[in-house]
Ligand binder design. Sequence first.
Ligand code: HEC
Ligand SMILES: [Cu+2]
Length: 433
Amino acid sequence: MATLRCELRLGGYNCPAFPGADRDGRSDPCPCQRALLSINGVSVSVNKHCTGTRRLRTAVGVMLALLPGLALSQGVIFDDELNLRRGVTEISQSVYDLHMLILWVCVVIGVVVFGAMFWSIIHHRKSAGYKAAHFHENTKLESAWTVVPTIILIAMAFPATTELVKMYDTGGEDMVVEVRGYQWKWQYKYLDESRNNTFSFFSNLTTSMDERHNRVAKGEHYLLEVDEPLRIPVNKKVRFLITSEDTIHAWWVPDFGIKRDAVPGMVNDLWTVVPEPGVYRGQCTELCGKDHGFMPVVVEVLSQEDFDSWYADRLVAEKERKELESMVFTHEQLMTQGEVVYTKFCASCHQANGQGVPPVFPSLAGSSVATGARDDHIRLISNGVTGTAMQAFGGQLSKAELAAVVHFERHSWGNNAGDLTQPVDVANATAAN
Ligand code: HEC
Ligand SMILES: [Cu+2]
């Protein structure tokens, strides 16, 4: 990928006519100046030998006029960094082609319109003795400039609409995944034939705070890496049902050419067929809200065999997870599991040491909730605190995970409630409300 390094420097130089003069041209007597334009290391310079300001100015003008040509010749305009990306799917590639087609139509219109305009301005200028023509209410001309653009617009609407229709044709899918936006992460649910959830998981950003605050160098996939990516099989039509739990989010994978808003209470759909295995990265592209930039989308496209074996493993894990809900754990088991859940879901606000960031995120060490009545504690975590960043975790964590994290909070950082919280306690406490 070519980047354009361009530099224009105006300044003094060591003039042979005044050998002793200051190099920056600041001190008298040398008023010599030099203009230096360099593009990707290729430079042109013009010196003004104490006279000829006009020549210097003209030279700078000419150099600046050359700039777009030089930039083009470096292949910058058509470089991936500035243009849309081609992507890997049929849709993304036809979107790219459509974009190029429309771009060239616009370029041609621009050249014709501005060409005619500048030509008229220069050739028919007042100083050359021209008088303005008066042809108001010229029906032919006015019809022409209404009809011609209309025809062009309709001609462009045809390929664009065809593409849109293709993009919205979500039928005939091989599998369905529900994509659900949360503040600030994505949840993926694999649905069976009757649209029931077979298993689901959250995909959390893994870029460290140190990287975000420039305390260490930024990694290759800065803000585009997650703990568990969405996995789909290659060459299969996957339909996505997109929705949100809290605010509006937007799910976007540029290489697939797909993006859709995730709106609470609504289900939008989207599809893709990815022809090449690989890891593809995208982002939440919603604007309003503080952390949409911290909930990337990572999709790993696997061969059918790899996908099938991963899916089978996941189903087994899900079965085991369900079994946990009726089990009884020891203090040690709850603490170990609780720490895992706490680190993943809670530490970003309440901090690993439980001290929080008061007054925004309360400390849990010595908190009246974390050391008070257990069922109230369970309900607070399950239902969240409306209107604050403390979300309802009841829908995000299993009863076993909730039990473990509650127990962990009640016995960490100096808290010592001395009780045990089992999955069945979570079921009882949350059933009551
Ligand atoms: C996005 C930030 C955020 C995350 C993540 C978060 N919390 Fe909170 N939490 C808060 C805020 C803010 C409050 C204060 C709510 C209020 O104003 O009452 C709070 C309050 C609490 C309280 C009550 C503390 C007290 O003394 O009032 C507990 C207990 C708690 N959170 C536990 C958890 C657990 C367990 C998790 C993980 C499963 C978690 N929190 C994840 C932001 C967060
Ligand atoms: Cu978002």
